[in-house]
Design a binder for this molecule. Sequence first.
Ligand SMILES: [Zn+2]
Length: 268
Amino acid sequence: MSLYRDTGVVLRVQKLGEADRIITLLTRRHGKVRAVAKGVRRTTSRFGARLEPFGHVDAQFYTGRTLDVVTQVQTLDAFGAGLVADYSHYTAACAVLETADRLTLDEGEPVLRLYLLVVGALRALADRERDPSLVLDAFLLRAMAFAGWAPALAECARCGLPGPHRSFSVPAGGSVCPGCRPAGSAKPTHETLRLLDALLHGDWETAEAAGQPARREGSGLVAAHLQWHMERQLRSLPLVERRAVATGGRRPVDHVATGDRTPSADMV
Ligand SMILES: [Zn+2]
């Protein structure tokens, strides 16, 4: 029996048999790990509650023939407690987990950078000090950079001509100069491109100075770019509630429920 220990974030849980669960974790050193947690659905389980989505845990596993098995779990951060109380923070966190899950197709491949991005995004969302929409977009831009397809923002995606440029084309890879601009390119404002650049580079002072129209436009471009590059569409993204900061309310600006499932449908 081979044992190993790692820290990880619980991305997803699925039922297995009468009392067990398969837990999918994004770990610091072993990449994505799918492991069986035995007996966790019994009320007497020692670690069932620690292995819920959003949980950041230190766990011990032993290597099984098909799936590894969780043998010990300690909670490092219970991010779920700070997330479930607010719908916009919760849906943004669901989108973080689902994006991380989809960006890591190969189990066992080390993805330290992505792991750190996920923990940072969940911590920021659970603290509830920043606009959840900005936190999500910052995470998505950096996750796309990790995957190798962040949108070009400062130069032309096709010829590299330094910008900023007025046009943005998702199929072309981001900002495009007048010479390279495909028909049907979007025309984001300079403020929107400045916002996206600030989010990509962690410049929160610039990002939080951006107005609501730029935040909305930026979120739309990030979502379009992400969806273009994902093999499958990110199911929870359309559910993300964009907070209307300008009115101080919580009016969902682009709250469009698609399909018949909630972001957590396969997490319970
Ligand atoms: Zn160009």
